[in-house]
Design a protein around this ligand. Structure first.
Ligand SMILES: [Zn+2]
Length: 292
């Protein structure tokens, strides 16, 4: 059975409807489409971010159809999968590898400064904000009491404890080579919180397993997170996918594409009467110079 899956990959494109698709999205969708071969191309809308808007989802579905990338199965929306994530979060808490963190943003910043390790920038984006591990030192009974009386908190994964139990994480690359997954830049990640109840890391891992994704294709900006994802898979006993982290598309002036840097949307290129193929070619021509 496992061999069948390897011959017919199931891949997924997982955009957030927080803006219009740009060349970076077009490239990632195309890469997934190329790699799927005779397999399945699934679409997952990562809409648990508070900035998500239904109108952006409508537009992104239309842009994808225009590019020629029609999903093989029903579209999955993270906003409707809270029960699944809640179950996974409970399982993680029961593993004994999670701890509640009561720190405010201000407290974390002050503690990092005190330790002389305040980051110059906001660090590696896909890993979230740095955290000095303050609440790991709270004794379990006291932490439980504080949770029980309703003190605001988030749930963090104790990476050191997870590594002690499962060993240093590694991942399978697209060609099946086992590769170490560095955790040196990672702080204990938040997996559960109050406002957006579940974190990107948790939902992404749970969804990839639930959708039977066998080859995860995504941008290199997510490579620093793969070690965290592998540990979560091990704790939850989920199947291990292969990973392909592709280079990122840059702007014409060589900057990372984002709404902030004024990335042009696929819609704008459509208005200028570019063809889908021209849009993909443009994305490929603006890839960062690196091998994947
Ligand atoms: Zn804390």
């Amino acid at each position: 059975m496992g061999f069948t899956l390897w011959i017919v990959p199931r891949v997924r494109f997982a955009p957030s409807p927080t803006g219009h698709l740009h060349l970076g999205h077009a490239y990632s969708a195309w890469r997934n489409w190329q790699e799927k071969g005779d397999g399945s191309f699934l679409l997952r809308i990562e809409d648990i971010d508070a900035r998500s808007k239904p109108e952006f989802e409508v537009d992104l579905l239309e842009d994808l159809a225009w590019l020629g990338f029609e999903p093989s199965e029903d579209v999955v929306r993270q906003s409707s999968r809270g029960a699944l994530y809640g179950k996974a979060l409970d399982q993680l808490k029961q593993s004994g590898l999670m701890y509640p963190c009561f720190c405010s943003r201000k407290q974390i910043k002050e503690e990092l400064e005190r330790l002389g390790s305040a980051p110059q920038s906001d660090g590696v984006m896909s890993l979230g904000s740095p955290y000095p591990g303050t609440c790991k030192k709270i004794v379990a009974k006291s932490a439980r009491n504080r949770v029980n009386i309703g003190e605001p908190h988030v749930w963090r994964l104790d990476l050191a404890a997870a590594v002690a139990r499962y060993g240093a994480p590694s991942f399978l690359s697209a060609d099946g080579v086992r590769t170490p997954a560095a955790l040196d830049q990672a702080s204990d990640p938040i997996l559960g919180r109050r406002d957006t109840p579940f974190s990107y890391h948790l939902c992404c891992v749970v969804d990839d397993a639930d959708q039977g994704i066998e080859l995860v294709i995504r941008g290199r900006d997510l490579l620093p997170a793969v070690g965290i994802h592998r540990l979560i898979q091990q704790i939850l006993g989920l199947a291990e996918p292969r990973y392909l982290h592709h280079p990122l598309v840059l702007s014409e002036s060589g900057e990372r594409l984002s709404k902030r840097t004024g990335a042009r949307s696929i819609r704008e290129y459509r208005r200028e009467a570019l063809t889908p193929d021209q849009v993909i070619q443009k994305a490929i021509s603006q890839l960062e110079s690196s091998v994947d």
